[in-house]
Design a protein around this ligand. Structure first.
Ligand SMILES: Cc1cc2nc3c(=O)[nH]c(=O)nc-3n(C[C@H](O)[C@H](O)[C@H](O)COP(=O)(O)OP(=O)(O)OC[C@H]3O[C@@H](n4cnc5c(N)ncnc54)[C@H](O)[C@@H]3O)c2cc1C
Length: 310
């Protein structure tokens, strides 16, 4: 069995940043990813809010982070999914699709996935008008007509944000009322460029190179119609990739996010978590990077200076 100081599960912004710091602290580090390294940000067409890069494609940023971690000396195994962990003893056991490893500390940085609506055209136009992140992609649709799908707090916050950019925001919700905070609902009512279509579901997203229209279903009358839009923001929630951690005894909150303290420490000694998989409130590259760094330095303290937290 191969022995490592630290195994990082997930090679996204959080995991790769953690890897740079663990290696530079002298820890033998393995980063595992079930896909190619780089994580979710590789899906973003353009990133304009990561300090130091006024404008960079998500793919380029992911590539730069990956090569930085490799250059620092982290071993990165891609296309190797972690399937099971045993975190009960001092030496943590990590089983993957290819091998079994042992490590003194673990960092979970498995991210989360946006819930999809699962209609035709959604996957095809992802990054070409279909977005799951208003703050990230809203500015590309300034003075355009955009659609928001959803009826909870996230959908309302995104609607309000987009109403300051887009010429028109149409919200479709499959129920007859929002399930969001009152103040958000009343702020939406006060916007004259926002229209809400209740009891309405998107059946298909259409376009050529970019999104051009959606097919809508009125779920009370059964009538369908077509609406021209330049973008579709799917805002029906996110789900953390925390099942693996949970199965190994790591505590999660009621939404499944891994609970961490200010040191990115979970409930288990030597087990840390960083990025979108945690219960930290902001889900951005910058915050994932910061949390990854904290987790790495805390893992170092845990391994090399065990008296540190006492
Ligand atoms: C379309 C889009 C645009 C965005 N634009 C921006 C933006 O402009 N600016 C910004 O700051 N943020 C943006 N975000 C958000 C940003 O991408 C995330 O906040 C950030 O990527 C979180 O990093 P992370 O390392 O926590 O998770 P991720 O980047 O999601 O990485 C998690 C990694 O874990 C791997 N993994 C999961 N399970 C396993 C397993 N069992 N075994 C091995 N590997 C596993 C996954 O394959 C993945 O590579 C955007 C997100 C999307 C979807």
């Amino acid at each position: 069995m191969e022995n490592w100081d630290v195994i990082i599960v997930g090679a996204g912004s959080a995991g790769l940043s953690a890897g740079v710091y663990t290696v530079r602290s002298g820890l033998k580090t393995l980063i595992l990813d079930e896909k190619l390294p780089g994580g979710t940000i590789a899906d973003a067409s353009i990133v304009v809010n990561y300090p130091g890069f006024a404008e960079i494609s998500g793919g380029d940023l992911a590539e730069k982070m990956t090569s930085h971690a490799r250059k620092a000396g982290a071993a990165i195994h891609d296309l190797e999914a972690v399937t099971e962990l045993n975190l009960a003893s001092e030496n943590k056991i990590v089983k993957t699709s290819r091998a079994t490893y042992e490590a003194k500390a673990i960092i979970f940085s498995t991210g989360s996935h946006y819930r999809e609506i699962g209609v035709k055209g959604e996957k095809e136009f992802r990054g070409r008008g279909v977005s799951y992140c208003g703050v990230c992609d809203g500015p590309f649709f300034k003075d355009k007509r955009v659609l928001v799908i959803g009826g909870g707090n996230t959908a309302c916050i995104t609607t309000l944000y987009l109403s300051g950019l887009a010429s028109q925001v149409i919200v479709t919700h499959r129920r007859h009322a929002f399930r969001a905070e009152e103040s958000l609902v009343s702020d939406i009512s006060a916007k004259n460029n926002v229209t809400v279509m209740w009891n309405t579901e998107v059946q298909e997203i259409k376009g050529d190179k970019q999104v051009k229209a959606v097919t809508l279903l009125d779920n009370l009358t059964g009538k369908t119609s077509e609406l021209s839009v330049d973008a579709v923001f799917v805002q029906i929630g996110e789900a953390p990739n925390s099942q693996l951690a949970k199965a190994a005894g790591v505590e999660t909150d009621e939404h499944g996010y891994i609970k961490v303290d200010a040191h990115q420490q979970t409930n288990l000694p030597g087990v840390f978590a960083a990025g979108d998989v945690t219960n930290q409130p902001v889900k951005q590259v910058g915050t994932a990077v910061g949390q990854g760094i904290t987790a790495a330095l805390e893992a170092y303290s845990f391994i090399r200076r065990p008296y540190y937290r006492k």
